[in-house]
Ligand binder design. Structure first.
Ligand SMILES: [Zn+2]
Length: 324
């Protein structure tokens, strides 16, 4: 395991590794203050998922609070999302080096969120090409420096340790297949969901789909001004074509698509339906936010922090959409 920062005891207790350790009966041998993170784990022949805890980025979690992944072929490795700064990206490179001698040729950004793009520079310095959807470009280019500055401050690291993503080397407009040797990646743009320029990555043959923030499991999703509820629902519906695959969500544990139906699809659908109707009927925003009953999702992590914000943002989005 790689030390990339202190790892809070309560978060660690909830980690999949700790749960497994509990089941296996050696949890007491783990030093919760050691600062080690559970390493990426193999989920199929070539596919690895690095599953983060929930919550916002902090010094304590070293920014590790999302899922990242990589796919190791015979000839090349592709990283799916580059993490929140250079420390995490370098830790990922070390993990990759333990299971593969192939060069890291690609770093794919499933959307333009800071925790998916702020390690790009590390992989690019190792010869990888960054790949993003066309609609993510403007944000990566224009907001990248500010994102990097905020991340450095949040993590309490030197500015030089968080490099803005810049313009990716490869921009995707439509499906792109990458042959990594023994496994082919299918990169599929899915439009505006959690952010504009979202894409999903299927590791064909492994039957794994890295869905990025199109899917949230176990944690309340976040509705953002740069995203779109109706587009997100469409993106989710497109995932049904990957029937029988194992999905790696942006946050939470991997599972079949049905595992995300409640936390993602039902929540988006409920918000969208309720707020469209509220706007339609001229209900004021404060009343609509209060009136949206979210209790069915209150068991999800981060509910308290996000629920009202989501309702508020959803109203604003649907109000703007009503003028289109
Ligand atoms: Zn996310």
């Amino acid at each position: 395991m790689i030390r990339i920062g202190r790892y809070d005891r309560s978060r660690r207790a909830a980690s999949p590794f700790a749960l497994l350790a509990c089941v296996l009966g050696f949890a007491t041998t783990i030093d919760a203050d050691a600062g080690d993170l559970p390493p990426p784990r193999g989920i199929a022949a070539h596919s690895y998922a690095w599953i983060g805890p929930y919550g916002p980025p902090t010094r304590e979690n070293a920014g590790f609070r999302m899922n990242l992944g990589f796919v190791a072929g015979d000839d090349a490795v592709a990283v799916i999302d580059s993490g929140y700064g250079s420390d995490m990206a370098e830790a990922m490179l070390e993990h990759i080096g333990r299971v593969s001698d192939a060069p890291v040729r690609y770093v794919i950004n499933t959307n333009s969120q800071p925790h998916r793009v702020l390690g790009n520079a590390v992989f690019e310095a190792h010869g990888a090409r960054a790949i993003a959807a066309r609609d993510a470009l403007a944000r990566l280019r224009d907001d990248g420096p500010a994102m990097a500055a905020v991340a450095a401050r949040t993590l309490g690291v030197d500015d030089a340790r968080v490099v803005p993503p810049g313009v990716p080397g490869l921009v995707v407009d439509e499906r792109l297949d990458l042959d990594l040797g023994g496994v082919t990646l299918r990169i599929v743009p899915v439009g505006t969901a959690h952010t504009a320029g979202s894409l999903v990555v299927e590791a064909e043959g492994d039957d794994v789909v890295f869905a990025g923030d199109v899917l949230y499991g176990g944690r309340l999703l976040a509705v953002l001004p740069v995203g779109r509820l109706d587009g997100w629902v469409e993106a989710y519906e497109r995932l049904r074509s990957f029937d029988g695959a194992l999905f790696v969500p942006g946050h939470g544990q991997p599972g079949p698509l049905s595992a995300f139906e409640h936390s993602t699809r039902d929540y988006l659908g409920a918000l969208l339906g309720y707020m469209d109707e509220a706007v339609d009927e001229g209900v004021p925003i404060a009343e609509a936010v209060d009136g949206f009953d979210q209790r069915s999702w209150s068991d999800l992590a981060d509910f308290e922090a996000l629920a009202r914000r989501n309702a508020y943002q959803a109203y604003l989005e649907r109000e703007a959409a009503s003028f289109e």
